[in-house]
Design a protein around this ligand. Structure first.
Ligand SMILES: *[C@@H]1O[C@H](CO)[C@@H](O)[C@H](O)[C@H]1NC(C)=O
Length: 955
């Protein structure tokens, strides 16, 4: 829910409320020009690298290469470390050789320290060093002057570092006037003490970068250090004012930047969150893409402004390979993208080609961060799946959600009281509409004191939750990280007594305005604080809570209504003495993590949590779901939900959705219907609405429309077994649930920029209707030699092909890929839990070879017992008229009453007989029907338990 600041009487609010129409107040947010480090860095033009690598200083140890870099203008020395990592990854770190104080290294995000592989020098001349990176697939060339790195796969140059000379590194320095110089060196000393006191449990800060080894390079540097030239201070280096806020910058400038060139790549993706197309644009004439978690009120579409979350992973793809650049930095970051083909028309490119112009297309990417280290992982693929696995080996995979959370969620700001909740819940039953979860926004708490209930509106939360539980439904209540300052509020007084709040630069508790009025912000970067927060979700601490109550974290960028850019001051101080500047993009991840751990903790470690977050960072996939924040009831917002969730899926966050219907404004009925239809095929499926909007529960739009919404929801529920299997594959193998076409068809160039349709898993192609008054949609069937079947009519289409599909209000264009088998549960019920024991139907869609394959994953749907092998992972395959079911993982054992009620074989010829054979049994004749019009066989009641092996002969 938004920072609609009108409650607070800030001037800003009135300007927003008085503005007709809908758009962000851009002046609240910095441009690159207004962000002094971005401005300074962008002034550095390509082609003038100031850095030289001192090849004589090269040191090769068991796991890394170290080389000193020197800036010929300032004589500042840096230390470059290169690691060849297991699984086609390379890590490049650049730090100051001898920093005045340590730089922040992002903790807690990497799931483990990546395994280094041996590097091996294979050649050397005066200006170049050549090495094998781990496996002998990849080679690294280090060039001395000007400094650059090149990575080769076989004979192909795949990526260059600093080839445009944009390496930028602002070393820590003393402030020039003596008084502040003294202060800052005192701060430096204190810093070291604080760091030792708090020495972290996670990745240790590496403070020993300047090694004691005597070697030539070091001596050379030591001498040069004496003659270090003074760099001129520029405005914004030691303090920076934006609107009414001044950032005090006690450490001075410390920004870092680096460029990467990608020869042969024209398509780059990732670096969410932005309200933009899937394929990233070039930023030569705009601001760079910005990564800085912000609560942006009424965000605008199709631009590079920052939004609620940040994942600094960029993917590049061409027909030969996919690769990733993971810029491991949690400070404010800007990303510039340029390309030598941008702006050229297709005709221009063709002419160039025909005239033998041999300029290889190339994309250049430049990262700029306000502080921290240069620490970057190059993920070398070569396939899209390899890149997903490589990234997951660093940051983890999507957590396996509880089954219910894949159902439909009904939310609004606000369901007013217990009676309102009861009535809405009953409305679903009255109208025969399935749903799993009803949500409560901030008004449910007592004066926005989270973990409490409004005593008048929600006097008996346990009765309410018990009522839902009897219908096998759940509730989600909001718990935000801003804490009302009120000494009578236990949560606040405990946090204060533990000294767990973020501090101002002067050492007092940091206070800001948010929903409750004056609020303070728990320091979630402190592990003790997180443990305490987690313990607050215990049933004896969170009064009125029960095991069917789950949580969402909103406003965790964090949102501070009266703070700079509606967030926390960068000079606020966190655990360990680190400035907010360093940890900003991590804050939301830590809130999400501590909350998810709280829900696990309350169950004694047995139950999977469900927590939704608005702010996120790399690794947030481990803690739950993400939504795209405060969108609006506009057609363009519906349309952009596809690329926004696809971009998140590419960076490991599969559990994504957008507010169905749009948060701000009131959707016309047609838009609401289309949004339900689209949302039914997106991973996180929740309707939500602003406080000021009229009610819009599914049955309030006339009977015919209620029927259409019910139909969309029933399609969602029928496919839950498939969704759950996809999430298991995401959890296990880092496969995105929702995927761009190019992930499945990596050499189908014409699909590389497609983002109005996508695949769910590898088997379903979805092209939702996102235009008003649509008469039809233009569908592209990707691949070659593939067939696709309309899931509603079983009409068959061959690919590649563009096809205009006429649509009516009931149409949701979805196609099953020939060659796939999809498990469904086709009996409509009131929620997912009620479907638990229902039988399955298998939809077998044959490819041109008459074959198909599919999977089904199944467990208890809520606990961690799958980790003790209590699950079923089945494989179905069809070829030569034979359907077999076998186990895909023999470790998995799970008893289930689920049986097979029907098998639908699509694209088949008429059989004479169908028989079922189980090991140890005899062949049983099965009844079937054949529809010659659609070439579909429907096999009735095979009746076998879904856990058992069988063979079905279709002769
Ligand atoms: C590493 O790359 C090679 C090809 O260069 C590929 O065959 C191999 O599968 C990749 N390994 C991983 C773990 O991605």
């Amino acid at each position: 829910m938004a920072a609609a600041r009108r409650l607070l009487g800030l001037a800003l609010v009135f300007s927003v409320c008085l503005t007709p129409g809908l758009s962000v107040d851009r002046s609240n947010f910095k441009t690159c020009e207004q962000s002094s480090f971005c401005r300074r860095q962008r002034k550095l033009e390509p082609g003038s690298s100031q850095y030289r690598a001192l090849l004589g200083s090269a040191k090769l140890t068991a796991d890394k290469l170290e080389i000193q870099l020197i800036n010929d203008k300032t004589q500042v020395s840096l230390l470059l470390e290169v690691f060849g990592l297991h699984g086609n990854m390379t890590r490049i770190k650049i730090n100051e050789l001898k920093p005045l104080k340590p730089r922040y290294e992002v903790p807690d995000v990497l799931v483990e320290t990546p395994t280094p592989e041996n590097l091996q020098v294979t050649g050397q001349d005066d200006n170049t060093l050549e090495l094998f990176l781990g496996s002998h697939e990849h080679k690294l060339l280090v060039t001395g002057s000007p400094f650059r790195l090149d990575i080769l796969a076989g004979r192909d140059l795949v990526l260059s570092v600093n080839s445009r000379g944009l390496l930028y590194f602002e070393q820590f320095r003393e402030r020039k006037d003596t008084l502040s110089a003294k202060v800052s060196s005192a701060v430096g000393n204190m810093w070291h003490k604080v760091k030792t006191l708090f020495s972290s449990d996670s990745e240790k800060t590496d403070e020993s970068t300047g090694s004691d080894d005597e070697n030539q390079g070091e001596e050379e540097v030591a001498e040069e250090k004496e003659t270090k030239k003074e760099e001129e201070d520029e405005p914004g280096m030691w303090d920076e004012t934006f609107k009414t806020h001044t950032d005090s910058k006690p450490n001075g400038p410390s920004s870092v930047g680096l460029d990467f060139s990608l020869p042969g790549f024209e398509h780059v993706y990732g670096i969410p969150e932005h309200a933009d197309n899937l394929r990233l644009r070039t930023t030569e004439n705009t601001d760079p893409y910005r990564l800085y978690n912000l609560d942006v009120f009424q965000y605008e579409l199709y631009n590079t402004m920052a939004l609620y979350g940040s994942v600094p992973l960029l993917l590049a793809h061409n027909v030969q390979r996919t690769l990733g650049i993971f810029w491991f930095n949690a400070a404010e970051t800007w990303v510039d993208i340029s390309s030598n083909t941008a702006g050229k028309t297709l005709l221009g490119k063709m002419l160039q080609y025909m005239q033998g112009g041999d300029e290889t297309p190339q994309t250049d990417v430049r990262w700029m961060s306000e502080s921290g280290l240069i620490d970057v992982f190059i993920l070398l693929g070569p396939s899209p799946g390899d890149v997903f696995k490589q990234y997951a080996s660093l940051t983890g995979t999507q957590s396996l959600p509880p089954y219910f959370s894949l159902g439909y969620h009904q939310c609004r700001w606000n369901y007013n009281d217990e009676e309102d909740v009861r009535n809405v819940d009953a409305g679903f039953d009255e109208h025969n509409i399935p749903y799993d979860v009803i949500w409560l926004d901030i008004e449910h708490a007592d004066g926005k004191r989270y973990f409490t209930w409004d005593p008048h509106k929600f006097p008996t939360p346990k009765n309410m939750l018990t009522g839902l539980k009897e219908k096998r439904r759940k509730m989600v209540a909001i718990v935000d990280p801003h804490i009302k300052i009120d000494s009578a509020y236990r949560i606040h007084s405990e946090i204060r007594s533990h000294n767990f709040y973020v501090k101002t630069k002067d050492g007092s508790d940091y206070e800001g305005w948010c929903w409750p009025g004056s609020a303070a912000y728990p320091d979630f970067t402190n592990p003790d604080m997180r443990a305490w927060w987690s313990s607050m979700f215990s049933y004896d601490q969170y009064e009125g809570s029960m095991d069917n109550l789950f949580v969402w974290n909103d406003m965790n960028e964090p949102s501070v209504f009266n703070g700079p850019e509606v967030t926390m001051h960068k000079d606020a101080v966190h655990w360990g003495g680190w400035e907010h500047r360093e940890v900003h993009n991590l804050y939301g991840l830590y809130v999400h993590r501590a909350t998810a751990e709280g829900l696990i903790h309350r169950s004694g470690g047995k139950e999977r949590p469900f927590v939704l977050t608005r702010a996120f960072f790399a690794g947030s996939q481990r803690y739950g779901a993400v939504w795209t924040g405060d969108n609006a009831a506009e057609w363009e917002h519906l349309k952009i939900s596809l690329p926004m969730c696809l971009s998140l899926a590419l960076v490991g966050i599969s559990f994504c959705g957008a507010d169905v219907g749009g948060f701000f404004k009131n959707p016309e009925t047609e838009l609401l219907l289309r949004w339900y239809q689209a949302g039914a095929y997106q991973p996180f499926f929740r309707a939500h609405a602003h406080l000021d909007t009229p009610r819009r529960e599914p049955w309030l739009h006339g009977e015919a429309n209620t029927d259409l919404i019910r139909e969309a929801l029933q399609q969602r529920y029928a496919l839950l077994p498939y969704w759950y299997t996809l999430f298991y594959n995401a959890h296990r193998d880092a496969e995105p649930v929702m995927r761009p076409l190019w992930v499945e068809f990596p050499s189908d160039v014409s699909s590389f920029a497609t983002d109005d349709q996508y695949l769910l898993g590898s088997a379903l192609l979805v092209h939702p209707v996102t235009e008003s008054n649509a008469r039809g949609v233009q569908i592209y069937f990707p691949g070659t030699g593939e067939v696709w079947y309309d899931v509603h009519t079983h009409q068959k289409y061959e690919s590649p092909q563009r096809f205009y599909q006429p649509v009516t209000m009931s149409s949701i264009p979805v196609f099953q890929r020939g060659g796939s088998i999809i498990p469904r549960k086709d009996r409509p019920r009131r929620n997912s839990d009620c479907m638990q024991d229902d039988p399955f139907t298998l939809y077998v869609a044959l490819n041109l070879q008459g074959e198909a394959q599919g999977e089904l994953y199944l467990d208890d749907g809520h606990s961690f017992s799958y980790q003790q092998n209590e699950f079923l992972y089945r494989k179905f395959s069809y070829s030569h008229g034979k359907l077999t079911s076998s186990s895909l993982d023999l470790n998995g054992k799970f008893e289930t009453p689920n049986w097979l009620e029907r098998v639908v074989i699509i694209g088949a010829t008429r059989p004479n007989s169908i028989t079922l054979h189980q090991p140890g049994g005899s062949e049983v004749q099965l009844e079937f029907e054949y529809d010659a019009q659609t070439s579909v066989i429907t096999v009735r009641k095979p009746g076998v338990n879904i856990a058992s092996d069988f063979t079905m002969f279709v002769r």
